[in-house]
Design a protein around this ligand. Structure first.
Ligand code: CA
Ligand code: CA
Ligand code: CA
Ligand code: CA
Length: 393
């Protein structure tokens, strides 16, 4: 254990600001720092003049050679700052201030040396929050690298490399050896670095860090289409915590079971995948689905690395069975305000859908609108056989 830990395990109180001194003008680089001894209580006070806008750290040494940080960060307020403490061993000790003029709203969470590790975390790790010297220019500061190499066990790193959920976190399989795993990397994408996850024991291969999470399907289940067609609704899912709040950026995996069908990342994406790894956004995660070229039922399994899953069931049916009563009297009227009103006659059941397509000059058909009968744009009306839809040009 470092000497400063011995010293400060017996810290008796924080007296910051308690002396209510008038505004001070610090003199010199030491901010009038001094240690006062109170023989009647056998305690010490380390005190200095804190200037507004500066942030102070304390270092302690027993030999003036090796210095270590005390787990204290103090913003200057234009007043005297004082820390009281007692000493448990008779060894000599020395203290000094380290300071920063980096503007800050939260000195504990900020990262003054801009090395990717916050000030408080660096004090916890025992690294220097004001020094990011990187002697080998590999992007990892020396002090962080020393902990990663010397303190973090090979077994711990290997367990992350061997993670059985790698398909969610590392779909391209780029982390294959210990050397691929970096302290400032974030294997599971939860926003916490691998090194911090080691220190906090939150699980570097667990996006949810032990918290429950569940999948929900918003839309897209039970759709029907003719063979080799892109279904009109994307498969939309969201991930929620146990309070029902949406969790963003959670890793999801979609796998097609059976059938020569394909997933893609949007309705217009031409690439097809038998499986897809996505991160969900606040609106949920979407994937488009193209039916197989033959008639049948296909399922798409959506899962989280914690084991929760749900299934979309999608149908490919022959064109004749799929055909609905013919649409007649289809008309388009321009309203002159940037919208068109389409009208037509047909006999439709609730849940059927209409799709308006425009023939392009090259002869192909472009889908310009698609909606379900019973949706907000086209509310279901019992017995109706005329329809009207106004949409932007
Ligand atoms: Ca830092
Ligand atoms: Ca380095
Ligand atoms: Ca992480
Ligand atoms: Ca984690």
């Amino acid at each position: 254990m470092n000497c400063w830990k011995t010293l400060f395990l017996t810290l008796i109180s924080t007296l910051a600001g308690a002396l209510a001194a008038p505004a001070l003008t610090p003199s010199g680089i030491t901010e009038n720092s001094r240690i006062l001894y109170n023989p009647s209580t056998d305690t010490y006070t380390f005190t200095w003049d804190g200037r507004v806008g500066w942030t102070y750290f304390i270092q302690q040494s027993s030999d003036l050679m090796e210095w270590g940080y005390v787990p204290i960060i103090e913003p200057g307020q234009g007043e005297e700052i004082a820390w009281g403490f007692s000493v448990s061993s008779p060894e000599p000790f020395f203290m000094r201030l380290m300071m920063s003029d980096v503007p800050t709203a939260d000195a504990w969470q900020d990262d003054f040396d801009d090395d990717g590790f916050g000030n408080q975390l660096e004090l916890d790790l025992g690294t220097d929050p004001l020094d990011k010297t990187d002697s080998d220019f590999d992007g990892i500061p020396d002090d962080i690298e020393a902990i990663w190499d010397n303190d973090v066990s090979t077994a711990w790193k290997q367990a992350v490399v061997d993670d059985t959920n790698w398909a969610y976190y590392d779909p391209d399989n780029t982390i294959t050896t210990e050397a691929d795993l970096l302290p400032n990397g974030d294997y599971d994408g939860d926003g916490i670095s691998n090194l911090e996850e080691w220190f906090d024991e939150t699980g570097a291969a667990d996006f949810f860090n032990g918290q429950p999470a569940s999948l929900y399907a918003h839309r897209g289940d039970g759709q029907t289409g003719i063979p080799s067609s892109v279904l009109s609704e994307t498969l939309l899912v969201s991930v929620r915590n146990e309070d029902g709040a949406e969790i963003e950026n959670a890793p999801l995996r979609l796998v097609v079971n059976g059938g020569y069908a394909g997933l893609s990342k949007s309705l217009s994406d031409q690439d097809r995948y038998a499986s897809l790894t996505l991160r969900n956004t606040q609106a949920g995660s979407i994937a488009a689905f193209k039916t197989p070229p033959s008639i049948g039922t296909t399922t798409v399994e959506v899962s989280l690395p914690n084991g929760d899953s749900l299934t979309f069931t999608l149908y490919s049916v022959d064109a004749a069975a799929y055909a609905r009563p013919p649409v007649t009297n289809f008309k388009k009227k321009s309203n002159g305000d940037g919208t068109n009103t389409y009208t037509w006659n047909a006999g439709a059941a609730e849940g059927d859908w209409f799709q308006i397509e425009r023939r392009q000059s090259n002869g192909t058909w472009l889908v310009i609108f698609s909606t379900t009968y019973g949706s907000a744009e086209l509310p279901f009306v019992q017995g109706q056989d005329t329809y009207s839809l106004t949409i932007p040009n």
